[in-house]
Design a protein around this ligand. Structure first.
Ligand SMILES: [Zn+2]
Length: 86
């Protein structure tokens, strides 16, 4: 799935155009050079109307770092919980 980055708090959903977004947690699947990484409990904004998921910039870059790291270990499949950057 494509990750959608949200630009502002309380933005309206860009998919259905009228849904409000609310805080929630989602599971994100990332693919990187033969690795499939599933990250659970990722903080996100979720559209209350269509269920589209949005994550913010900082969370997205943290996810990409996690994926790079996991890819280096040579794993083909990994499941992690989202950890906030220190
Ligand atoms: Zn929506």
């Amino acid at each position: 799935m494509a990750l959608r980055i949200y630009e502002e708090k309380d933005m309206k959903c860009v998919i259905c155009k009228h849904g409000e977004t609310a805080d929630g947690f989602v599971t994100v699947t990332l693919e990187r050079e033969g690795l499939t990484l599933v990250v659970k409990k990722v903080p996100a904004r979720v559209c209350q109307n269509c269920g589209e998921e949005y994550i913010d910039d900082a969370v997205a870059s943290q996810l990409f770092r996690t994926a790079e790291e996991a890819a280096k270990s040579g794993a083909e499949f990994d499941v992690r919980h989202y950890l906030k950057a220190a």
